[in-house]
Design a protein around this ligand. Structure first.
Ligand code: RP5
Length: 166
């Protein structure tokens, strides 16, 4: 059974959603990835959201753009955490997606990451699972330490070669 459901409104969202999947894969977390449009196929969407709990999902990562109702409607039906990813859009720069996802009514929260924040959505899902899974917690700690190591290595190179050659 997959621990995380990843769902996107269109295949045009894939480059961003793939970053969430990459992180989950790196941390050894199982996921199911789907393309389901709440607007273009509402019956399929409701079936997906209504069966998500029995499929074993503990978190849903939902990404959508423009009038982005997919994450909020997942949160209306699925009883566990929903993480929303607002897609960048050409017309309004993703503000349309961001406001649609983040401005949820009281009682139905969506944990909204930055515009195109696919990787952070994956990390946040892992952190939620880590509250009850020591193995994921230790992998997350190692991941965070690797971020520090990479900055330290970049600074060491800057000190060595100088900014002109960097
Ligand atoms: C949303 O509309 C999708 O999540 C996507 O971000 C946006 C555009 O979809 P396409 O027209 O590219 O299929 O539902």
């Amino acid at each position: 059974m997959a621990q995380v459901g990843i769902v996107m409104g269109s295949d045009s969202d894939m480059p961003v959603m793939a970053k969430a999947a990459d992180i989950l894969k790196e941390l050894g977390i199982s996921y199911e990835m789907r393309i389901i449009s709440a607007h273009r196929e509402p019956d399929e969407f409701f079936e997906y959201a209504k069966t998500a709990e029995e499929k074993g999902f503990k978190v849903i990562i939902a990404g959508a753009g423009m009038a982005a109702h997919l994450p909020g409607m997942c949160a209306a039906i699925f009883p566990m955490p929903v993480i929303g990813i607002p897609m960048h859009t050409t017309s309004l720069g993703g503000r349309d997606s961001l406001y649609s996802i983040v401005q949820m009514p009281t009682g139905i929260p969506v944990a909204t990451v930055a515009i195109n924040g696919g990787a952070n959505a994956g990390i946040l899902a892992a952190k939620i699972l880590a509250t009850s899974d020591k193995e994921i917690l230790s992998k997350l700690k190692a991941y965070t330490a690797s971020l520090k190591d990479s900055v330290v290595a970049k600074d060491a190179r800057l000190q060595k070669v100088g900014y002109e050659a960097y």
